[in-house]
Design a protein around this ligand. Structure first.
Ligand code: PBG
Length: 326
């Protein structure tokens, strides 16, 4: 079909407007979710040492954060709470006046222009740092489920728009869906952390959320990074159980999984660009080794090219600013 001996691919790259015309993937502010760490206490705005530019904020500093996100046009936040007191059963997670529930109410009172996604897990609230109740030195699946349900329901009661369970217990979508429906929240979608690997890239997050496990690791509930078919089974069960969105986490080392989940399912696919992925770029950029804006835009565009519709990223504010300046 070519009129010469070889194809002239460069014809479609020969100017910046031409490249704009043929561009297959674009990143928009509408694609972004900004994770926010809300901490109990007053007057707190602590930079996380392993995540420059990311802060734990107390409720009195929350409005300022929200104003900034609204100004930038970022459509959504993912909320994590850091309580003062932790216990064996993570009571703070399902306290109707817990830190996340208070934060949700405060944001809702202020605006309807920001979707509030509540991360539903216990690890920030348990003294041992695991994502459920401990029995025989491991997280007990079925005893943990009701606590995750209670957490989700109190988050919905506070006004959360989307429930995002990240605990990786089997059956969490079924149980949380049932709990939400019975409590009158049939209309609230579940964004499931369907495919969540036991990843070393979560290191900096555990500094931010103060949720490093006190003993052991999360490998009996989070997935082995070596597995692909298991990821597809996890995604399929969550769809079967009624998930409205599927998260793949982390993003960068799991682009193949994002692609396959996108091909097999027809709900929005969410890539979680996790803390370690953020910190690596920040460290290199602070050292002057890479061009931060160019690298971040390339990475996030690649996640969309791989099949993600939505990206949860600590770079959301920066990206929104860069897009505005374009
Ligand atoms: C908790 C949870 C984790 C993250 C989000 N929710 C990780 C963990 O298992 O410790 C990680 C986010 C990140 O690294 O940015 N269940």
């Amino acid at each position: 079909m070519a009129h010469s001996h070889f194809d002239r691919h460069r014809r479609l790259r020969n100017s910046s407007v031409m490249r704009r015309l043929v561009r297959e993937t674009t990143l928009q502010v509408d694609d972004l979710v900004y994770p926010l760490f809300v901490v109990e206490g007053n007057g707190i705005k602590n930079e996380v040492s392993s995540m420059p530019g990311v802060f734990q904020v107390s409720l009195d500093n929350l409005d300022q954060e929200i104003d900034e996100l609204l100004e930038l046009g970022i459509p959504s936040v993912l909320l994590f709470g850091i309580p003062k007191e932790k216990d064996e059963v993570g009571s703070g997670a399902y306290d109707p006046n817990g830190i996340v529930q208070l934060a949700i109410r405060q944001i809702k009172e202020k605006t309807d222009d920001l979707l509030i996604i509540a991360d539903t897990c216990l690890c920030e609230y348990t003294s041992h740092g695991h994502c459920g109740v401990i029995k025989h030195n491991d997280v007990d699946n079925d005893q943990s489920l009701p606590l995750h349900v209670k957490t989700a329901v109190t988050q919905a009661q506070a006004g959360a728009d989307i429930i995002a369970p990240s605990n990786m217990m089997d059956g969490f979508v079924t149980e949380i869906r049932k709990g939400l429906d019975e409590a009158g929240f049939k209309h609230i979608p579940i964004m499931s952390y369907a495919v969540k690997y036991a990843s070393a890239f979560y290191g900096p997050f555990r500094d931010a959320a103060e949720s490093t496990p006190e003993f052991g690791d999360r490998k009996t509930y989070q997935m082995d990074p070596a597995n692909r078919l298991e990821a597809l089974r996890e995604a399929a069960s969550d769809i079967e159980e009624g998930a409205d969105f599927l998260i793949v986490k982390p993003a960068l080392s799991y682009m193949d999984i994002i692609r396959e989940v996108r091909e097999q399912h027809h709900v929005p696919v969410v890539a979680y660009n996790v803390s370690g992925e953020y910190s690596m770029v920040k460290a290199a950029s602070i050292n002057g080794w890479i061009d931060e804006e160019a690298v971040v835009m390339e990475k996030l565009t690649s996640m969309k090219r791989a099949g993600a519709d939505i990206i949860i990223t600590y770079f959301a504010k920066d990206v929104a600013k860069w897009l505005q300046n374009k």
